[in-house]
Design a protein around this ligand. Sequence first.
Ligand code: SAH
Ligand code: SF4
Ligand code: F3S
Length: 484
Amino acid sequence: MADDATTIPDGDARGRKKVYIETVGCQMNLLDSELVIARLRDEGYELTTDIDQADAILYNTCSVRQHAEDKIYSALGRIKNVKKRKPGVSIGVLGCMAQKDQGSILKRAPHVDVVIGPGQLGRVPQLLEEAKREGKPQLAVSLDRRAGTRETITASFEGYDPDREPSMRPSPFQAFVRVMMGCDKFCTYCIVPSVRGPEQSRPPGAILAEARLLAAQGVKEITLLGQTVNSYKHREGDGRTTRLSDLLYAIHDIPGVERIKFITSFPNDMTDDLLQAVRDLPRASRYIHVPAQSGCDEVLRRMKRMYSASFYEEMLARMRETIPGVAVSSDFIVGFCGESEESFERTVGLVERARFKNSFIFKYSRRQGTKADALFPDDVPEAVKKRRNNDLLAVQTAISLEDNRRLIGETAEVLVEGRSRSTTRREGWDGTDQLTGRTACDRIVVFEGPEELVGRFIRVRIEDASAVTLFGRVPAADLAGVPA
Ligand code: SAH
Ligand code: SF4
Ligand code: F3S
């Protein structure tokens, strides 16, 4: 049947519907998008990167800062016309912002067909179908954190992890595995506990089965995910407890898994058994992301981080003593409520002493529904937040550059991730293929080499460095036998 100008049928000539997805936010969201696409693939959808070809347009959203939400609301504004042109197209808002804003999304953007929170993502195909059948938008969110008992709230955040879709992974040989859902820390600035629900550790059997499945699909690098991943604890019926270190040992034994990482760690839960596991397991990445957020005790108290700056520094010393050469990275929030110039200077001091591999620095963004928003005025002017952000970044960048330059002349073992994007190309680049990979301590290395190296471990001699990238060369002898 030929298309006419007003009605465009769903799906292509073979009847397969196409889905387009955009993902913002953290690694949890990248993983969720993979699982959603896997579910839809089982229902006959195929993935498209062309929004104009799509029968379903999905946004997997983030609420951690205002900016992340603004991006999605403006994308929703832009696609209003797509819906006008092609009324059959389904539009979905998934993830954290769906859980936070719920029905108000439909008021702001009436052309949206489904609003689905992170705890309901297993139902995406069914809800898209229901929205079509009933001709009205569908809303599926989990219970509010004050709307029931811990058990009922937890049950409303359903797990759906075993669905996997290789094409949605960072690369064919890298995959995420969720070990924990939700968060119970309730840092006062943070929306995550409200939108991701109560902390739950997945049973080790399910995690290991998933890791084995991924290894069988050719995955070499597994990154374990949790908001506070080092708080992982699962109690078995017989009273035995599995910790993150136990998981590392068990995954280390799976044939094919050559590198294991875990993000994000919480300072108070950095136990010695975990540090020793990272030290003793050759395939564990010697890299730990453990956000400090601030270097000022008064600010940390208002953030309810439950540690002091000196506790954090002692933890760092313990990490470095246990795991020589460990690379540590951090997150910081600048301009949090009541952050004075002295408070900020304490953070600068911490960054100067800690020598992080890198730090992610964010300007405080007030989030409705959080303790900080209810208790403290957002009293640091935007211009001051901006300046502190730039200043702290400059301090961190100088340290990253200095530490990276110290590596010049050394040879690193690199897992080759893929072609390098032009932004990381070395000055004076002569047009030869450039590849990118990471060292065991998570440093990015760019070097020349044939694409056949992607997915392999190779040695790279470091010849130059910027604050974010090392540049190197593969010894000619190591390239012998690799097709050019
Ligand atoms: N679970 C992780 C990270 C969660 S969100 C942890 O506890 O470290 C990632 C980062 O976003 C946080 O580490 C924090 O630095 C930042 N962040 C969270 N809420 C924020 C807010 N309201 N404004 C600005 N940055 C925020
Ligand atoms: Fe947010 Fe704190 Fe939980 Fe991290 S630990 S997700 S910052 S509440
Ligand atoms: Fe954002 Fe949700 Fe992750 S709020 S940072 S996508 S857990």
